[in-house]
Design a binder for this molecule. Sequence first.
Ligand code: ATP
Ligand code: MG
Length: 386
Amino acid sequence: MFNSIVIHYGEIGIKGKNRDFFEKKLIENLRFALKKLVKKVYRRYGRIICDLPKKPKYKKIEEILKNFPGIEYFAFSIKTELSLEKIKKVSLKLLKKQKFESFKVESKRSYKEFPLNSLELNKILGEYIIKKLKKKVDVKNPEIILFVEICEKESFLYTKKIKGIGGLPTSTSGKIISLLSGGIDSPVASFLLMKRGAQIIFVHFYNPNFNKPKDLKKIEKIVKKLTKFQLRSKLYLIPVEKIQKELVKKIPQAYRMILFRRFIIQIANQIAKKENAKALVTGDSLAQVASQTLENIYSIHSSSIFPILTPLIGLNKQEIIEIAKKIGTYEISIIPYKEVCPIISSSHPITKSKIEDVINLENKIDKKEKLIEDCLKRTKIKFFEI
Ligand code: ATP
Ligand code: MG
């Protein structure tokens, strides 16, 4: 029945001079994601329209648009000519298929030359539907709302708005390097920044002597899941067994985790430079575990040149889990896997490290740069697409 989709984007509509840039990017992203599913994507008065083929794959399209950064809501709609007669006819066609007793009409006239204003149109259509379908109007609590949008060249009618995730279109805020573990938190942190228009590049550190191929498969699964929020992803898989070996040799157990974290952050900084990214993101949440006391966050994060964003810093575990479930990463994250760190973790990690001590310890490791370079050399990169 439907021949089009109406897409509304809240936030980008108010971005002043940048509006054009954001709209174009959203259209470009939609064209890429829906290339096999719609015929045409174009702009109409502060909304985006997609023309549907004869037999649309509704489920597939809905799944994509529901998770698309930058979309407030969308609706499968019937596009018709800009004439009252046509609009009346389509209203009946749309409503006849549905069960309801009470209704109301909500028109939006974006094209001001149309001879009826929205109130007049609501009234005329309302009376017409009452007469033809024998239903009653309920303005406060209708069972169904008929939405009518009047644009310059055509009108769009629909009854069901589907909520999107909002935010900003992918690739409008620059690149960020995400330190992705196999846990629950870092995928959620990555998602929150994707929603803000960042292109996330994933980096995962593993120990080839401990981690099995299935551990890396799990990481890839998480990246695949997250790719639906940003169209394309890149994953760096970085072996760190040589660094860990050095840490075991030279560093007291209580400090190993902190030094290891400083190492992986420095490696991520190198990748940020190479990728022209401007920040890193981690899943840190204040005081959730020993490495996340304020003292330790300071000791670890101060090894970074680029700012480290921590969107989960003030969230409770339960709040993080709820988002993970919503975005579909939770089920993958809870699959058991080997942490990268068994040999460097400690049952009594230091919780209030002092930066001077940490730096002194780090200086005990000679050829630091060489170790980092070696990791980077043996890195594997994988690509993903929506
Ligand atoms: P997560 O649930 O994301 O694993 P966590 O609460 O378990 O987080 P930690 O394991 O202390 O906390 O890790 C803190 C952050 O460090 C992670 O959120 C992630 O960003 C980063 N990190 C930890 N291990 C790795 C790894 N092997 N590869 C990449 N990043 C990692
Ligand atoms: Mg973890």
